[in-house]
Design a protein around this ligand. Structure first.
Ligand code: G3I
Length: 302
């Protein structure tokens, strides 16, 4: 096939991108989006500060615009993200304890209910583990409400949108030997053993270059999959977009049956949160880069 989405679909997978609502009026942007991708993740529009700017006041306009665009194009939507220590609105940043726990769960319930049936996968909880060698949870106002806040969020999401696939999403969980990877693995193992509703793990995969791309990435994907969850590559970008690293990521996903798809974190380099590093598959003019060809070829060889 001749596009990323259609090529991934040949093996039952998707190829998606992060989308910003304010770019849907840019026809150069939507031309590439509609041609190449069959999955979208709102880059910021479903985050807590966007959807509940005042406590109890929910605003869905930008997120709804992205969902409507995706539906009109037959693209699946990944919801990002229901519970996170970052991009909290001011009112939530200032909360703690049982009041924060209730507010977080209400947020999960309200947002998952609003989008019920329209979101294939939710990043229910994002980035809850610390970097470095400890394997500990990240300290945050949410973590300080009690270690069970993650499973509470998953149960609330499951109750609100029982047919969505519920994912835990994080970065720096790519290298199988890292303490952070092992800690997330043990959490998923524990959730599966106790019946906490978790369906998938998202590996953000923000790589800083070929050397940062771990040679055991495939082991990480297959190890999570062996726990009985799907795996998704959710925010892929690689500094300077080396073709070989992009090709390896695709081949590693294709080698693992439960790796359901790949989402790049933006379309053109100019759309990227790290635009200075040219990490994506299209240049600022919307031209296909060498990494694009490597990805397309790998998807078709799968
Ligand atoms: O919308 C406001 C705009 O009104 C204001 O004038 C401008 C001035 O700073 O800020 C705009 O908001 C920015 C927003 O992106 C939209 O462009 C925020 O400041 C900025 O912080 C925000 O950055 C986002 C970042 O998450 C925030 O944490 C990036 O776009 C987004 O790509 C990035 O995505 C995260 C994932 O959610 C989680 N994984 C890591 C990934 C990269 O950091």
């Amino acid at each position: 096939a001749t596009t990323l989405g259609a090529s991934a679909a040949q093996t039952g997978r998707y190829f998606g991108t992060a989308v910003a609502a304010n770019k849907l009026s840019d026809s150069a942007y939507t031309t590439i989006l509609n041609r190449e991708f069959n999955q979208v993740t709102p880059e910021n529009e479903m985050k807590i500060d966007a959807t509940e700017p005042q406590q109890g006041v929910f605003t869905y306009g930008n997120a709804d615009r992205i969902v409507a665009h995706a539906r009109s194009q037959g693209m699946k939507v990944r919801g990002h993200t229901l519970a996170w220590h970052s991009q909290q609105p001011g009112w939530m940043q200032n909360m703690s304890g049982s009041a924060l726990r209730s507010a977080m769960l209400n947020h999960v319930t309200q947002v998952a209910t609003h989008f019920r049936g329209q979101v294939a996968w939710w990043d229910v909880v994002n980035e809850a583990f610390a970097d470095g060698g400890t394997g500990a949870r990240r300290d945050s106002n949410l973590q300080r409400t009690g270690n069970d806040w993650i499973e509470a969020a998953f149960r609330a999401a499951d109750a609100a949108d029982p047919n969505a696939q519920l994912c835990y999403n994080d970065y720096n969980i790519d290298n199988w030997n890292d303490a952070k990877t092992q800690a997330v693995y043990r959490m998923v193992q524990d959730f599966k053993s106790r019946g906490v509703p978790i369906d998938c793990v998202g590996l953000q995969s923000h790589f800083t270059g070929g050397s940062n791309y771990p040679s055991n990435y495939r082991t990480t994907l297959s190890s999570f999959a062996a726990l009985g969850v799907d795996v998704h590559i959710t925010e892929l970008d690689i500094r300077n977009a080396p073709s070989d690293a992009y090709r390896n990521v695709v081949n590693d996903c294709l080698a693992v049956a439960r790796c359901k798809g790949i989402t790049v974190w933006g379309i053109r380099d100019s759309d990227s949160w790290r635009s200075g590093e040219s990490p994506l598959l299209f240049d600022g003019g919307g031209n296909k880069k060498a990494a694009y060809d490597a990805v397309l070829t790998a998807l078709n060889n799968g």
